[in-house]
Design a protein around this ligand. Structure first.
Ligand code: GLN
Length: 220
């Protein structure tokens, strides 16, 4: 599948470190991409926004807290409000929780340690632009790498009622996330926040290609 007309805006903050991996995955899937820095305010050239993982502002205060107060954030909120696809991965997911574009937050892992492992995950919903090419309840394998990845929300029932759970741990729950949840979306399903890293599983050399469909889905 190729669609060189789709342009993905990859957001960068000081401390972002998965930006080039996202660029590689997006280009492999067949889309164009450009980097957009934290101090820019214009997303008019892009069709999709991806907020990569990393340690924006050194994870000081809380992971994602400082990034959530930068000039690009208002533009991302407007972009999301327009129904456009937004994906936050790991630190990007933490930022989307901070700015309330998805319900809930990602807090420190139960064991207070940085966990870096390959995990079996269930794709709970396929109604998002990033998961539409998977089968509902499909088991996939993606790496996780975080210290603040424990998902928590006050109203988990609502997530079930509105089909807002995107990914959950299928076997072991490594960080104490509520109900094994490790990916959620907004009600409209255009904004998706996932802790695992699909961009690190896009070709056989990386052990798994299970993540590639995240970047092909929005081209469909
Ligand atoms: N891989 C990442 O994006 C790192 C996530 C994050 N800053 C944490 O340790 O919780």
């Amino acid at each position: 599948m190729t669609d060189k007309d789709v342009n993905v805006g990859i957001i960068r903050f000081p401390g972002t470190n998965c930006d080039r991996d996202i660029e590689y995955a997006v280009n492999l899937a067949g889309a164009k991409s450009e980097y957009i820095n934290w101090n820019q305010k214009d997303l008019s050239d892009v069709d999709v926004v991806i907020i990569p993982g990393g340690f924006s502002y050194g994870d000081y205060l809380r992971a994602g807290a400082i990034a959530g107060n930068t000039p690009i954030i208002d533009a991302i909120k407007e972009f999301a409000k327009g129904g456009n696809p937004v994906l936050g991965i790991c630190n990007g997911a933490q930022i989307l929780g901070e700015i309330d574009l998805v319900p809930g937050v990602f807090i420190e892992n139960e064991n207070a340690k940085f966990i870096c492992e390959s995990m079996k995950l269930k794709v709970n919903t396929t109604r998002t632009p990033f998961t539409k090419l998977y089968k509902k309840d499909q088991i996939i394998e993606l790496p996780i790498a975080h210290k603040e990845g424990r998902y928590y929300t006050e109203d988990v029932e609502q997530l079930y009622d509105d089909d807002q759970i995107v990914l959950s741990f299928a076997e072991e729950n490594p960080n104490g996330s509520l109900e094994n949840i490790t990916g959620v979306c907004n009600k409209e399903a255009n904004v998706v926040a996932v802790m695992p890293h699909p961009e690190r599983a896009v070709e056989p050399l990386l052990r798994s290609t299970d993540g590639l469909k995240f970047f092909e889905g929005f081209l469909d």
